[in-house]
Design a protein around this ligand. Sequence first.
Ligand code: ZN
Length: 269
Amino acid sequence: MGSCLSIVDDAVNDFLDQQSRYYKESKNAKDYATAAAKNTNENNAESSHLTAVLKSELSPIYPSLPKAAKKFHCRNVYDGDTLTLDNGDRVRLVGIDTPELKEKQPFAVEAKEYTKKYCHGKDIWLTFDQGDESNNKDHYGRLLAFVWVNLEGKNAKGHSNAQWLCINEGLVASGLANAYSPSNTKKVHNYDKMLGLQKIARNHKSGQWRAYQDEQVIITPSGSAFHKCKDVGSIITDCKHLSRSKNLKLIPASEAYDKGLHPCRNCMS
Ligand SMILES: [Zn+2]
């Protein structure tokens, strides 16, 4: 265990550096004014949060690569969850959703910075949920993949102690991506882990969760999204996706996230 700790510490420091930068560069400074007053305490909480995550079974850092991983080279990072390979193929990180750059959503820039830092101009490794490149493409022709990068480390004796970061999980752990499933029947194999990481990031107000406040939202019996209440806490909605839905139910948004539902792109963005 001792030999792992230095790399875990480095990774924690790395995460922390980014967290403090997000904080300083945040475009939503006003929203975070309250949090600023508690800055020191928060950083301590953040540190213990990340240390706990990195040492737990929920760590996005692994001692080895999955056997099926294939090596590629990343030419460019487009945003937090999309990149281009040297061969021109585009990759969409599967199982997650990062804030949209073109809609100027909070933490979209930070999510891109995260992926760019680890991937841009570097060797990366891809794995697929099931099968290979041929059956893991979305309707834009993008490869749906998990992206892995090598974190060089040294153990106590100075020997190389390589570790592998799963970028998809790292983004969720840092509060820079939501766990995302396009439907209730097509979930990635590690979706429960993604939800666990998301819950921890939310509870510790990391990244995009910094200003998060729980609210009542509307769900349907089988939908994969949750929707905004027209009036606070009411079951009334004007979302076009719910115009013919029955058996609507109110639940806290935190519970909806933990069930693996995602915010409706029509009414919750
Ligand atoms: Zn909606």
